[in-house]
Write a protein that binds this ligand. Structure first.
Ligand code: AMP
Ligand code: ZN
Length: 272
């Protein structure tokens, strides 16, 4: 039974050190997400002298595939002084991009309060990118997997049709449609809050974020104080969200029997 359902009793709950993993933990050590996209090649990417100097050494291994991709100039669809936008190599929807900060930040748990402005720039870049393509921002979600499989912080920019041959497994589906997918706007709200108990205290207010319950239940919070206070994420609980659950459509109330059924159903939404 999920603690997050009990808002009244959990609203003021403090984050438990035992349950939460701080920024010192590796994002990849216990990741539930399979590395099993088609095996990721580790061939050396094309890199200019300028990018090599500014972005550090290329790291190999499938968990570092995004670092290599963002350092390969030819793969960038957008780049400024703060971030890079690349296409997701195994898109789970018709439109699926990743926004990566240029500064090395291995994982979500390393995000600090002082990174809020960077996150805002990443979100603004993503929204402009979508708008320039004449796509509607409201048909997208902008967010992060709570326990990512790939190293280097990356924000998913994903259209909500989920029509793609790369969407194959139940874990794929659950990772994009349950609270495992954390909206960027929620993280911004948390990083910019005066303190985590203050965010929790807003739980009964009418205009709360749809994922506010994650904060009030203590699954997501802030560890420490001051600008270097960082996100605290209950990794074990978030990971459990991708291991079991119904194949509930993200656009209507239907629950699919299996992945082929879900994919046919999602294709049907596109036709109507
Ligand atoms: P996650 O770490 O769970 O947030 O997801 C990592 C994302 O990176 C997935 O959506 C993959 O499809 C995508 N991906 C994996 N390797 C690459 C690559 N080399 N270039 C671009 N996207 C990738
Ligand atoms: Zn549906």
């Amino acid at each position: 039974r999920l603690l997050m359902n009990d808002k009244r009793s959990s609203g003021k709950r403090k984050l438990s050190d035992a349950a939460l993993v701080s920024s010192s933990s590796s994002s990849s050590s216990t990741s539930p997400a399979e590395p099993a996209e088609p095996a990721i090649k580790t061939s050396k990417p094309a890199m200019t002298a300028a990018t090599a100097a500014s972005k550090g050494p290329v790291q190999f291994g499938w968990q570092n595939g995004l670092k290599s991709a963002m350092q390969a100039d030819r793969q960038a669809l957008f780049s400024d002084d703060v971030c890079v936008i690349i296409a997701d190599k195994y898109p789970k929807a018709r439109h699926h991009y990743l926004v990566l900060p240029k500064r090395q930040i291995d994982s979500l748990a390393q995000l600090q309060r002082s990174d809020a402005s960077m996150l805002k720039r990443m979100l603004a870049a993503a929204e402009s990118f979508i708008a320039e393509k004449n796509l509607l921002p409201k048909s997208f979600r902008f967010g992060f997997h709570a326990v990512p499989s790939m190293s280097q912080l990356h924000m998913h920019v994903v259209s909500q049709d989920f029509v793609s041959t790369c969407l194959k497994t139940k874990k794929h589906w659950l990772s994009f449609t349950t609270d495992f997918f954390l909206d960027c706007s929620l993280l911004l709200q948390l990083l910019e809050s005066a303190d985590s108990s203050q965010v929790a205290s807003t739980v009964e207010e009418p205009r709360q974020h749809p994922q506010q319950h994650l904060i009030s239940s203590g699954r997501l919070g802030i560890r420490g104080s001051g600008p270097s206070a960082s996100l605290a994420i209950d990794r074990a609980w978030f990971s459990s969200l991708t291991k079991a659950g119904e194949l509930k459509c993200n656009q209507c109330a239907r629950v699919a029997k299996n992945m082929p059924d879900l994919k046919a159903h999602l294709a049907g939404h596109e036709r109507t």
